[in-house]
Write a protein that binds this ligand. Structure first.
Ligand SMILES: Nc1ncnc2c1ncn2[C@@H]1O[C@H](COP(=O)(O)OP(=O)(O)OP(=O)(O)O)[C@@H](O)[C@H]1O
Ligand SMILES: [Mg+2]
Length: 303
């Protein structure tokens, strides 16, 4: 990872967020905590509010209630968040390399051509598109185009990367590889939030958020969702959601001791002292804490 990329200044905390649109409350009392190095899968039936939550996190839509912060910073102060929309906005006539070069010039002001070249080479390798670099985007497959969109966001190494259904329309093999790639991106010390229908790959995420009717029906480690909803497979979970009202799912989740503990869990690699200084945003201690975090990330312990 290049030194110019920035790591999260502390955990992402979504607290009691509510969003209303056209007089209707679309999201109610959403609470999430995500630490550097974690990927969160966001699932829920159509209309549950996934895209609305993503827009609130991007700062495109102010929450009417509650707050979104990263460490001690409000999202407005955090700077650009990486965002891969469902429909890409690529220039079909450009080659992969020239699309990246064009974006790098816009997004990496003050860098030399050599620095940009080497960053482009890095992200091309990261998304496994080195051998497609000279191909025009219109000749790429859907999955390859999604990886170009992801590569564009990786150029600047944002501390928070949000993707809205990056695997829709991909075959199961490619879907799984994309989720693995995103998990690797999180492993470089970033926070990745991905709205997905890729049920088979959900266990690659450290956290799962299940939204229904604007309420969080579950937020915790993916495996715990299976026992919580009393299902064997993630795909069966949607049928369970129909058995209670969204607000009653929301109430049950917010009263569940396991889920409450998950919301206030400490970061995976920060000691509590480092986490405290990191949340206060003191530059030196944050850097030290992040260095320690990065060192521990080199040897990931789990799946
Ligand atoms: N601008 C708007 N004004 C009023 N209601 C809206 C607006 N945008 C979205 N909604 C409503 O908010 C709810 C949540 O929409 P959202 O797009 O967040 O759902 P989603 O979970 O992303 O669904 P999908 O899986 O279909 O993408 C839906 O009921 C939708 O009709
Ligand atoms: Mg959506």
């Amino acid at each position: 990872m290049g030194s110019r990329t920035s790591l999260p200044p502390g955990p992402l905390r979504v607290e009691n967020v509510g969003v209303s649109l056209g007089g209707t409350r679309i999201l109610k009392m959403v609470n999430l905590t995500l630490h550097a190095g974690e990927m969160c899968a966001l699932i829920g039936p159509s209309g549950a509010g996934k895209s609305t939550l993503i827009k609130a996190l991007l700062g495109l839509r102010d929450p009417d209630e509650g707050s979104v912060r990263m460490g001690s910073l409000s999202l407005a102060k955090l700077g650009p968040v990486g965002y891969v929309p469902q429909d890409d906005a690529l220039h079909r006539g450009l080659t992969v390399r020239s699309e990246l070069a064009y974006a790098a010039e816009l997004r990496m002001p003050g860098t030399s051509a050599e620095e940009r070249q080497s960053r482009i080479a890095e992200v091309l390798a990261q998304v496994d598109l080195v051998d497609r670099a000279q191909i025009r985007i219109r000749r790429l497959s859907g999955g390859q185009r999604k990886r170009v969109s992801l590569a564009l966001e990786l150029l600047t190494g944002p501390p928070l990367l949000i993707l809205d259904e990056p695997t829709s329309g991909l075959d199961p093999g490619l879907e799984a590889r994309t989720m693995t790639l995103l998990s690797q991106v999180a492993g470089t010390g970033r926070i990745v939030l991905v709205a997905t229908h890729a049920m088979e790959s959900i266990e690659r995420a450290e956290a799962l958020c299940v939204l229904v009717g604007g309420h969080v029906a579950f937020f915790g480690p993916p495996r715990k969702a299976l026992s919580y909803f009393r299902v064997d497979r993630y795909a069966e979970l949607f049928r369970q959601l129909e058995k209670q009202s969204p607000s009653s799912w929301g109430l049950t989740a917010s009263a569940d001791p396991d889920q409450r503990a998950f919301l206030s869990r400490p970061g995976p690699a920060l000691s509590s002292a480092a986490a405290r200084t990191s949340e206060q945003g003191s530059p030196t201690s944050t850097d030290e804490a992040l260095d320690r975090l990065k060192a521990q990330m080199v040897s990931p312990e789990a799946s």
